[in-house]
Design a protein around this ligand. Structure first.
Ligand SMILES: C[S@@+](CC[C@H](N)C(=O)[O-])C[C@H]1O[C@@H](n2cnc3c(N)ncnc32)[C@H](O)[C@@H]1O
Length: 191
């Protein structure tokens, strides 16, 4: 399915933010850091063609609820066909009304992010992060990845600082070399 991803990257590189989908190895590591196997309510940001979604699907507990928010309608159509028991909305994260999904008093246990944060302007990073975090349980997990090396650039450093101003940054994973490009995960919890 990578050619679809590449085509979407060519038509909107800034929103797609990567030339290839994440690898299964990075996806497995994301599941560990997001503790998806213990989650009852899961939010995925920017599932794209679904590498993290596939991993979530295989390790989420029976009866757990899942919401995937993806801007690109081509990806959403495919995700709906591929994972008919999971819920996808073709919406920008920062504009989605979570009351449409969450039951009264319900919050997400974990957030798995596939968003290309460093391709976004700061205002958009803040809008997305703050909007998603308002519905994450205190102590809930947020796992997000960064491309190794890019985290040393000013945009990468800036995003890390933003993350640290909003969540507890517990640490980062080892680099997953088997990924285009090699990447690591920031493991965080809601303050
Ligand atoms: C770097 S791709 C990652 C896709 C997939 N998670 C992966 O790891 O292969 C980022 C995805 O986020 C989506 N996206 C970008 N901005 C978004 C936003 N504000 N709300 C929802 N999805 C967004 C893009 O359309 C794209 O599919």
């Amino acid at each position: 399915m990578s050619w679809i991803f590449l085509r979407e990257f060519i038509s909107n590189w800034q929103m797609t933010g990567a030339i290839a989908p994440s690898s299964a190895r990075l996806a497995r590591k994301m599941m560990e850091h997001a503790e998806v196997k213990n989650a009852q309510c899961i939010l995925e940001l920017g599932p794209g063609t679904g590498p993290f979604t596939e991993a979530i699907h295989s390790c989420m507990p029976d009866g757990a609820r899942y919401l995937g928010l993806e801007l690109n309608t081509v990806f959403v159509d495919r995700l709906r066909q591929r994972f008919p028991t999971m819920q996808f909305e073709a919406k920008a994260v920062q504009e989605y009304d979570f009351d449409e999904f969450l039951k009264p008093g319900e919050m997400f246990d974990t957030v798995v992010s596939g968003l290309p944060w460093t391709a976004f302007p700061t205002e958009l990073q803040i809008a997305i992060l703050d909007h998603a975090l308002t519905r994450l349980k205190p102590g809930g997990r947020l796992a997000t990845f960064a491309y190794a090396g890019f985290h040393l650039l000013p945009t990468g450093k800036h995003f890390r600082e933003l993350l640290q101003s909003r969540v507890n940054l517990l640490g980062r994973s080892d680099i997953v070399w088997l990924n285009v490009l090699p990447a690591f995960i920031y493991q965080t919890t809601k303050i």
